[in-house]
Design a protein around this ligand. Structure first.
Ligand SMILES: Nc1ncnc2c1ncn2[C@@H]1O[C@H](COP(=O)(O)OP(=O)(O)OP(=O)(O)O)[C@@H](O)[C@H]1O
Ligand SMILES: [Mg+2]
Length: 315
């Protein structure tokens, strides 16, 4: 995939991309929040690609994947001989990215001592390499991402409040795939094209049933899960159209079954169905009630009443 290429036509994604384009050319720090697989890294790359630093380095670091002492070493580098294994000078990501952009993924996992060092980079553009008391200077634009609620971590004293406000100058929230209406079909078609080309298969599209499945399935792993499901379907399908059985994996079958287990009163079950169906329909119409009511073939006032009675809220 091309860097900075984000698919979606829902209002919610358009708004995010507009804000992202607007802030990209500034050096403002950006905090991207969203569940796993919603496209946080892709959005960070989009911002970099639209910034004045687009020809400079984009360095991405996953703070959750590296234990703390190693992370400090990765970020800030070391002087030769500063510890047993330090056989050479190492400039570190912040030195390496000088002039460019650093993407700190899963920033919520960073420990407090390192957070203090990041704060120093943001405030004073300086840091210390391990084993070198002389502060070094670096000019980087910081973009961070998290799937945690950072404010909650601040309250629990696991995240520095001052750093939180420094990182969160521009907050961007990526919604779950389920809340992006028909984007799900647009993205699915995009992956279908990509993977049909990759695997040299002639596939014309999805069956109606397959498309319906896209709308009822949970997509807990969001766009990443959709991408995996479609890649797999393209590989295994023998038809010209991807059908529901091509996209049903053991995993998503299981999700459906466990959801069906609990037996409740028919009235509650019908209300649950109504609620979910209305939320999905509203999502598909970007919460435009007039359009939704027309598609459902009910009066707009009746839809408004249902929304109220069933306590439906746009999340
Ligand atoms: N709107 C989109 N259009 C096209 N591809 C997308 C979109 N959003 C995400 N993707 C693709 O989905 C995959 C997951 O995206 P990405 O790695 O940016 O998500 P993430 O939020 O960083 O996930 P994680 O929390 O798992 O790190 C990538 O292959 C990315 O290219
Ligand atoms: Mg990521």
């Amino acid at each position: 995939m091309e860097d900075g290429f984000i698919i979606g036509e829902s209002q919610i994604i358009k708004d995010i991309l507009n804000t992202a384009k607007q802030v990209a050319p500034t050096d403002a720090t950006v905090l991207i929040q969203g569940d796993s697989g919603t496209g946080k890294e892709l959005l960070a790359k989009f911002i970099q690609a639209n910034s004045n630093r687009k020809d400079k380095k984009f360095i991405s670091i996953n703070c959750a994947a590296i234990p703390s002492p190693l992370l400090e070493n990765e970020l800030f580098g070391h002087k030769k001989g500063s510890y047993t294994d330090a056989k050479e000078d190492y400039i570190g990501k912040f030195g390496f990215a000088n002039g460019g952009t650093v993407f700190l993924d899963e920033i919520g996992e960073m420990d407090l001592a390192l957070q203090a060092k990041i704060l120093r980079v943001v405030q004073f553009k300086e840091y210390e390499q391990i084993g070198n008391p002389q502060p070094l200077r670096t000019d980087v634009r910081l973009i961070s991402a998290t799937n945690k609620n950072l404010l909650e971590l601040v309250k629990l004293k696991k995240f520095r409040e001052d750093l939180y406000y420094r990182l969160n100058v521009i907050p961007l929230f990526l919604p779950p795939l389920k809340e992006r209406g028909t984007d799900i079909e647009i993205i699915a078609n995009y992956f279908l094209e990509t993977y049909s080309t990759k695997y040299k298969k002639q596939i014309k599209g999805f069956s109606k049933e397959a498309i319906n499945f896209f709308y009822v399935y949970e997509w807990k792993g969001n766009v990443r899960e959709l991408e995996n499901v479609i890649e797999r379907a393209v590989v295994i399908t023998k038809d010209q159209y991807i059908t529901k059985k091509d996209i049903l994996t053991e995993e998503n079958k299981l999700q459906k079954q466990t959801r069906n287990l609990e037996i409740k009163s028919l009235k509650d079950a019908i209300n649950d169905f109504k609620r979910n169906y209305l939320i999905e329909s509203l999502n598909q119409c970007d919460w435009n009630q007039t359009q939704t009511a027309r598609k459902l073939q009910i009066e707009r006032t009746y839809l408004a009443k249902l929304i109220k009675d069933l306590k439906i809220e746009k999340i």
